[in-house]
Design a protein around this ligand. Sequence first.
Ligand code: ASP
Ligand code: MG
Length: 383
Amino acid sequence: MPCVVQKYGGSSVSDLDKIRQVALRIARTREEKGVGVVAVVSAMGHTTQQLISLAEEVAVQPDRRELDMLISVGERITMALLAMALGELGVPARSLTGSQSGIITDENHAAARVVAVRPDRIQRHLDAGEVVIVAGFQGVSREREITTLGRGGSDTTAVVLAAALGARWCEICSDVDGVWSADPRVVPEARRIDEMGLDEALALARGGAKVLFEDAVRYARDEDVQILASSTFGPGAGTRLVPARPSSARPVGVTSDDQLRAVRGPSVQVVEAMTAAGARLRRRRDDLWLWDTRNAHGRWVLPDGVVDEGTAAVVTVVGSGVGEQPSLLVGAEDILQRAGIDVRAWWASGDAVSAWIGEERVAEAVALLHRGLVPAEGEAATR
Ligand code: ASP
Ligand code: MG
């Protein structure tokens, strides 16, 4: 029997009532579509953040192995409760941890990458007619240590399993209906995108959009996984992610990241210290490096000669081929200049054009760039 993978994010399973509704949604998919279902779950609500806070309270720099032992628990709570809720509906279900699901990762605790997937156990339960619930965001290293995949990593679990199982599609369900052209809380005229290229989705994720996790999108692109980003409880049509869209050089969205860390120093020392802390390089200008430190927990110690320059904010315009469109660069520059927003550095390549600006002007810059560069609904339709 063909199968699908559905991933339910933290806000979709934040209480028992929602877990029951998710169980119903899974049962419905199974009946209406005649498919086996593998459901990947996140931790309930803000559980992961709460567990990290506990670790940071008890240790200045929590040991990353122990941190993974702790934060991998959140998803396990959800998986067991959801399996029980399905049982109450008379649907046979079995929960499995990442390691039981055959998700093998490297040793990089708290920010591990998937290196192999052996889903034979999942397949056996599917063949027996059971719904399989998998704890997202975690795996096991070759040394049999429990690892986690970085914040947002349940998306990765879903995509790697969809690829390994040859699933018909992979549905990423959350409290937002698909991918939007900007955060609607910041830009009221932002709208849902019907169809988006995986390269564009990757540029959005790297630019700081939280809707889909970077590693998951990259994996989907490399392994040809069909992704649908949809709303768990809402009626919306969601966003279909397609392998590639013809390069129209039209911006599809604007995003931002105001949590980057600027670090200055000699290349080798900077890279060694920051990657050891679990940070990811985002941008570089001369000897200044901007890092995503979301998975570098606790207080981090930098070696002599490496200087922490504080937080940095980058706004990014995304669209297939926008980085190679000179008129677009001029347009973006003009918009920020007219608003008196100083730019410390510009980057343009492939599907992204980014500007490093002051944190206090990020929301305004996103709104202005969206208004000036992202075609309105009518224009988009005549593409
Ligand atoms: N629970 C983890 C987090 O909050 C993983 C996920 O939800 O994707 O980041
Ligand atoms: Mg997420």
